[in-house]
Ligand binder design. Structure first.
Ligand SMILES: Cc1cc2nc3c(=O)[nH]c(=O)nc-3n(C[C@H](O)[C@H](O)[C@H](O)COP(=O)(O)OP(=O)(O)OC[C@H]3O[C@@H](n4cnc5c(N)ncnc54)[C@H](O)[C@@H]3O)c2cc1C
Length: 699
C-alpha cells in the first residue's frame, strides 16, 4: 500500500513560512568613539543567533524575567532554519518499554570518546523535557493513536531514539520558538552581525560587558560602517557552526559561527578536530543531506566524466551486487563518514569512492529511476537478495516496489516534495551530490551550565563544543534545546540579566573599533573573495575525510601565512556593506588556523582515524579493501584508545594559538539522587554553582 498524503499536508511540512518580526525599537542613546557616533543598545543579555538554540535560550530566559535581546546576522538564516534531510532528526530518550534509559542514552551519546561524560548525561536526561516543551509550543512531532512518539533508528543509536516532523524539523522548531519569543516580547534585531566581544576587568576578573556589531540600518554619515554597541552584562553565543570553512559543504550559505570571534576574546575552544562529513547536495545548488530514506530506497549511483561517459564506479569497490546495495542502504542510518567503516567493505567505502570520483573530475549522481546495476559477473539487483538489516527494514516499511522512486515515494513522499520546492524533480531526473562537510562537533568549551571560560559568556547549540567524536543523528538539535534551557536557568539564577546602568563601554569599545578600522584597509591587496577561496580550498583539500600528516602540516603553514598577511595588510572590502563579511572572513581564516593547529598536534601525538577523517599513513594498520584489491594509498592509522579519554583545548593568547590537553569530565553512574538530601540544593540555588553572594533560589 502506498502512503497517500494529501498535498496540503506535504506543503505544510516542506514549505514552512516564518513569522513576521515586529518593528525594532530605535535607541535614543549614542556614544562617540574615534570620531564616529554609534548607537547604543542596552540589554540584560545579548543572544547572538536566532537559530533553534539561541531562540530557546531567549524564550526560557524571558519566561524567567530576564531582559534579553536576540541579535542575528539573518533572522531566518543559519542551519536550523535552512537545513535538513529526508527526515530531519531530533534525538530524545525513548521509553523504557522500548528498551531505553538515560544512562544508556548518555553512553551512546559519548560512545565515540573525547566527550565530557556529565554533558552526555545532561543531554540525555534533559531530552524528554526539551521534546515535550517543543510539543507544547506546537512542534508537530508524529504520534501513535495512544500518544506515543513515533520513532526510528539513526546514526550511533541502538534504541530508536530518533523522531522527526519530516525534512524541515529544525525549521519548524525555529518557527514555534520564534512565535513564542515574539509572544513574550523578545526583541529580535535582524541583519545585525556581531564583530567583537567587549570585556571589562583583568585576568581572573575579566568578564563580558557587551558586543560591537555591524547593523546596516544604523549606517549614517557619522557612522559609515553601521557599527552599533550593545551593552550587556551577559552574553550567549548561539551563532551556529562554521559552515563557510569548507568549499565542499552542505551548510547553507553564509554560516560563519563564532569560533574566530571567541578566539579573539580569549575564550577556550575544544575538540576542533572533530567534524561530520557525509553525502548531500552542495550549497551551490540546494544544500540538503542525502541520508535516511534517500539511500534506503537504494537508487543507482554513478559518475559522469568529462566526455559524458557514465561509470558504475561502486562496482569497483564492492564484491557483489548484494554487498553494494546493502551498504548503500546502510548510508541511511550510518550517514556520517567514519574511517573504520571503510574496512571490511563497510558503508564508508561509499564515501571514499564518491570522494575519489570527485578528485578524478567526475560528477556523481543518484538515479531514483534505476535500481543499482549489477557488479560485473554477479547477479542483478534483487530486493530479496539484500543483507538481513536492509531486507527486514524495507519489508517492514512495505518498501518492496520495483523502482527506487516508488520505494522512496512509499516511505517518505516529503523527501521528493522537498526537492520539488527547489525546482529539482528527483522523480524525473538524477540528482548530483558529493561528500560534504556538515557539522562541527567541537566549538566553545562549556561546563554543564553552558558557561564558557570567559565570565558571563555562555555558548549553546553548534557554537558550543559539546559533542565528542561521534554524535547520534539528531543529538545536535537536542543539545541546543537542552543547553538553551539550562543556560537560561543559570543566567536567571545569577540575577544579572538586567540592562546595565554604566555610562559607556570603556576602553574595550575604543579598542574594538580600532581593531575593525585596522582590518578594513581600502589599499590592501587582500579581498574577501580571495580569502574565501583560499581558506575553503585548503580545508577541503587537506582537512576533509581523507588527509595525511604532511598535507595537514603544509596546510597549517599556509594558514599561518595568510593570517600573518591579514594582520599586516588588512582586507579591502569592495564596498561599505562588505565590511561585516571582511571581519567574518578574517575570523574564519583564524578559525581555520585553529582547526589545523589542533589537527596537526593530534596527528603529532600519534592520533589516528576516527569520526571526521581517515589519517592516511603508509605504516598504518587499517587497510580498506576494494573488489580489485587493497587500496594502499588509503591505508590509515587507527585511533589510539587513550585519545578517547581526552580533548584538545585551543585558545589564543598574545596573538598566538595555544593548545592544551585535558581529560574528559567524568560522571559517576552509580551516584543516585536522594530527594530529601538533594532538595535544599535546588531550593537555595546551590545547584547553579554560583559565588555565594549571587546564588539565588530557582523558584
Ligand atoms: C544539511 C544538514 C542537515 C542536518 N541535519 C540534522 C539532523 O537531522 N539532526 C540534528 O540534530 N542536526 C542536524 N544538523 C545540524 C543542526 O541543524 C545544527 O547543528 C543546528 O541547527 C544548529 O543550530 P544553532 O541554533 O546552534 O545554529 P544556527 O541554526 O546555524 O543559527 C545560527 C544563528 O546565528 C546567526 N549568526 C551567526 N553568526 C553571527 C554573528 N556574527 N552575529 C550575529 N548573528 C550571527 C545566524 O544568522 C543564525 O541565526 C544538520 C545540519 C545540516 C547542515
Amino acid at each position: 500500500m502506498t502512503i497517500d498524503v494529501p498535498q496540503a499536508i506535504l506543503d505544510a511540512l516542506t514549505d514552512v513560512p516564518m513569522p513576521r518580526l515586529p518593528a525594532e525599537r530605535p535607541t535614543p542613546e549614542t556614544v562617540g568613539v574615534r570620531g564616529l557616533n554609534l548607537p547604543v543598545y542596552r540589554a540584560g543579555c545579548v543572544i547572538v543567533g536566532s537559530g533553534a538554540a539561541g531562540l530557546r535560550a531567549a524564550v526560557e530566559l524571558r519566561r524567567r524575567g530576564g531582559d534579553v535581546v536576540v541579535v542575528s546576522q539573518s533572522a531566518w538564516g543559519g542551519t536550523s532554519a535552512c537545513s535538513g534531510s529526508d527526515k530531519q532528526t531530533l534525538h530524545t530518550a525513548n521509553t523504557a518499554d522500548r528498551g531505553d534509559n538515560c544512562l544508556a542514552m548518555a553512553r551512546a551519546i559519548r560512545a565515540g570518546g573525547a566527550m565530557d561524560e556529565d554533558t552526555a548525561y545532561v543531554e540525555a536526561v534533559g531530552s524528554s523535557r526539551a521534546m515535550a516543551s517543543l510539543q507544547f509550543m506546537g512542534l508537530p512531532l508524529p504520534q501513535d493513536p495512544l500518544g506515543g512518539t513515533l520513532r526510528y533508528q539513526t546514526d550511533h543509536d541502538e534504541a530508536g531514539r530518533a523522531t522527526s516532523c519530516g525534512p524541515r524539523t529544525s525549521r519548524l522548531m525555529v518557527k514555534v520558538l520564534a512565535e513564542e519569543a515574539i509572544r513574550l516580547g523578545v526583541p529580535i534585531h535582524n541583519h545585525t552581525t556581531v564583530a567583537r566581544i567587549l570585556t571589562e576587568g583583568d585576568a581572573a576578573g575579566r568578564r563580558v560587558s557587551g558586543v560591537l556589531a555591524f547593523r546596516g540600518k544604523d549606517r549614517s554619515d557619522a557612522n559609515p560602517l553601521g557599527l552599533a554597541v550593545y551593552l550587556a552584562p551577559v552574553l550567549v553565543l548561539a551563532a551556529g557552526g562554521p559552515g563557510e570553512l569548507y568549499r565542499d559543504s552542505v551548510y547553507p550559505n553564509g554560516c560563519f559561527g563564532s569560533l574566530g570571534l571567541a578566539l579573539e576574546a580569549g575564550i577556550d575552544l575544544v575538540n576542533l578536530t572533530e567534524s561530520q562529513f557525509g553525502i548531500g547536495t552542495r550549497r551551490e545548488g540546494f544544500p540538503w543531506n542525502l541520508s535516511g530514506s534517500y539511500v534506503q530506497a537504494i537508487p543507482h549511483v554513478y559518475s559522469v566524466d568529462g566526455q559524458g561517459r557514465e561509470h558504475h564506479f561502486l562496482a569497483d569497490y564492492y564484491r557483489t551486487t548484494r554487498e553494494l546495495a546493502s551498504n548503500l542502504f546502510r548510508k541511511g542510518y550510518q550517514w556520517p563518514f567514519h574511517a573504520t567503516r571503510m574496512l571490511d567493505f563497510g558503508s564508508s567505502l561509499v564515501d571514499l569512492a564518491i570522494w575519489r570520483e570527485g578528485r578524478a573530475g567526475r560528477r556523481v549522481f543518484m538515479d531514483f529511476n534505476r535500481n543499482p546495476l549489477p557488479v560485473p559477473g554477479d547477479r542483478p539487483f534483487d530486493l530479496r537478495q539484500l543483507d538481513e538489516d536492509a531486507r527486514a527494514y524495507l519489508g517492514t516499511a512495505g518498501a518492496i516496489q520495483g523502482l527506487p522512486i516508488e520505494r522512496l515515494r512509499h516511505m517518505n513522499p516529503l523527501a521528493i516534495e522537498l526537492y520539488r520546492r527547489y525546482k529539482v524533480d528527483i522523480a524525473a531526473e538524477p540528482l548530483e551530490f558529493a561528500v560534504n562537510n556538515q557539522h562541527m562537533n567541537g566549538g566553545i568549551a562549556v561546563d554543564v551550565w553552558g558557561r564558557s571560560s570567559l565570565a558571563r559568556c555562555y555558548a549553546v547549540g553548534e557554537a558550543a563544543g559539546t559533542h565528542g567524536v561521534t554524535r547520534p543523528g539528531g543529538a545536535a538539535l537536542n543539545a541546543g534545546q537542552v543547553f538553551g534551557t539550562r543556560v537560561a536557568e543559570h543566567i536567571a539564577a545569577t540575577g544579572l540579566a538586567r540592562p546595565p546602568e554604566v555610562a559607556a563601554a570603556g576602553p574595550a569599545l575604543d579598542q574594538a573599533v580600532a581593531a575593525v578600522h585596522a582590518l578594513l584597509r581600502p589599499e590592501s591587496p587582500l579581498r574577501v573573495r580571495a580569502i574565501r577561496a583560499e581558506v575553503q580550498a585548503r580545508m577541503s583539500e587537506h582537512c576533509g575525510i581523507i588527509c595525511d600528516p604532511e598535507g595537514v602540516a603544509r596546510a597549517l603553514v599556509e594558514a599561518r601565512a595568510l593570517n600573518a598577511q591579514v594582520r599586516t595588510q588588512g582586507i579591502a572590502p569592495d564596498r561599505a556593506s562588505e565590511a561585516a563579511r571582511a571581519v567574518q572572513w578574517q575570523q574564519m581564516a583564524l578559525a581555520s588556523e585553529a582547526v589545523l593547529t589542533a589537527l596537526n598536534r593530534f596527528i603529532g601525538l600519534g592520533g589516528g582515524s576516527r569520526g571526521a577523517r581517515a589519517i592516511c599513513d603508509p605504516a598504518g594498520d587499517g587497510l580498506p579493501m576494494a573488489r580489485s584489491g587493497p587500496l594502499e594509498p588509503y591505508r590509515f592509522r587507527k585511533e589510539r584508545a587513550e585519545h578517547r579519554g581526552e580533548q584538545i583545548v585551543v585558545r589564543m593568547a598574545q596573538g598566538r594559538i595555544e593548545l592544551e590537553l585535558r581529560p574528559n569530565r567524568a560522571f559517576d553512574e552509580t551516584a543516585r539522587p536522594f530527594f530529601e538530601r538533594d532538595w535544599p540544593a535546588w531550593l537555595t540555588g546551590a545547584i547553579f554553582d554560583l559565588p555565594a553572594a549571587t546564588g539565588r533560589a530557582p523558584c
